[in-house]
Write a protein that binds this ligand. Structure first.
Ligand code: NAP
Length: 295
């Protein structure tokens, strides 16, 4: 119930109407019985500075950020975490004595399904001999590169369409505050060769996303080269599973879909705002699944 004492959280973006975050966070808030509410705030690109001042004035406690503000907010924050600086994007903002501080919980979200007790029992925690192949070199790929570097992968290969974007992507990691030295970039022509070496194959492109669920970023001939022991991870959460994951599973690979990353990046943000280690991840997952019509 919203009362005079209720503290505000929210998400900013433009457009914001399709955000899944309010359903996920308000389900958790209600389950915990804490005096918070999480609201969507449509903020146009030119209005970000005014929105931040307004949020401070109404004592908003923290907020999530989506397109188009993830990068442009960086210079407006009092403090930015090293991981958000390395990724070049902030997805979570919280208030401290210094003012608005930003971080990025996508890496934590990406890593969580790879570090479940079941996965650790099966794969172990030593990634130092493992090869990661990442499809796409956009914003989400940056979180995935940071995650693979944290795992300690032996080799990280990124596959993209534009040689110029790939070169810039590579250079940004060499000069990053959290440098990644074992990163190589490739055009799609190399995929067939790379795919047979991959222990972890991650799709960060939108290819195969609703309403184009019949598409896959990887053609059948290349799917046939996936090692049966590989983990194949698609950041897309609708459809669930994607065609790419279905094809890889038929090949004997283990599939991870994007829903868990979405849940876990949200759970990591809620822990920061509520200053607790314990948030109801199951409730958040269930709220998302219901919202997406998966149950
Ligand atoms: P983005 O910054 O626009 O990057 C998209 C990347 O995919 C770019 O490198 C782009 O290549 C490439 N790409 C686009 N269309 C392609 C095509 N037809 N063939 C080959 N490559 C193509 O987007 P993003 O923010 O990284 O998001 C990417 C996907 O990840 C989306 O589906 C998003 O929903 C998902 N995502 C999921 C989560 C989660 O929590 N599960 C979190 C973040 C993102 P160019 O550079 O050549 O344009």
């Amino acid at each position: 119930m919203i009362k005079g004492t209720t503290k505000l959280l929210g998400v900013i973006g433009h457009p914001i109407a399709h955000s899944l975050s309010p359903a996920m966070h308000n389900a958790a808030i209600s389950h915990l019985g804490v005096d918070f509410v999480y609201l969507p705030f449509p903020v146009k690109p030119g209005d970000l500075k005014a929105a931040l001042a307004g949020f401070a004035a109404i004592d908003l406690r923290g907020f999530s950020i989506t397109i188009p503000h993830k990068q442009t907010i960086l210079p407006l924050l009092a403090e930015v975490s090293p991981i958000a600086r390395a990724i070049g994007a902030v997805n979570t903002v919280y208030l401290t004595d210094k003012g608005w501080c930003g971080t990025n919980t996508d890496v934590e979200g990406f890593l969580a399904p790879l570090q479940t007790p079941a996965n650790l029992a099966r794969e172990g925690s030593d990634w130092s001999q493992k090869v990661a192949v990442i499809l796409g070199n956009g914003g989400a790929a940056r979180a995935v590169v940071a995650g693979c570097a944290q795992l300690g992968c032996a080799e990280i290969h990124v596959v993209g369409r534009s040689e110029q974007n790939l070169a810039e992507f590579h250079d940004s990691w060499v000069t990053s505050p959290m440098p990644v030295q074992n990163l190589q970039v490739h055009t799609w022509d190399d995929l067939s060769m790379l795919i047979s070496q991959a222990d972890l194959l991650v799709n960060t492109t939108p290819v195969g996303m609703y309403p184009h669920g019949e598409k896959s970023p990887v053609a059948a001939a290349a799917i046939a080269r996936i090692s049966p022991g590989a983990i194949v991870y698609d950041l897309i959460y609708t459809p669930n599973p994607t065609q790419f994951l279905k094809d890889a599973q038929l090949r004997g690979a283990r599939a991870i879909d994007g829903l868990e990353m979405l849940v876990q990046q949200g759970a990591a943000a809620l822990k920061i705002w509520l200053d607790t280690e314990s948030v109801p991840v199951d409730v958040m997952r269930q709220a998302l699944r219901q919202h997406l019509g998966l149950d």
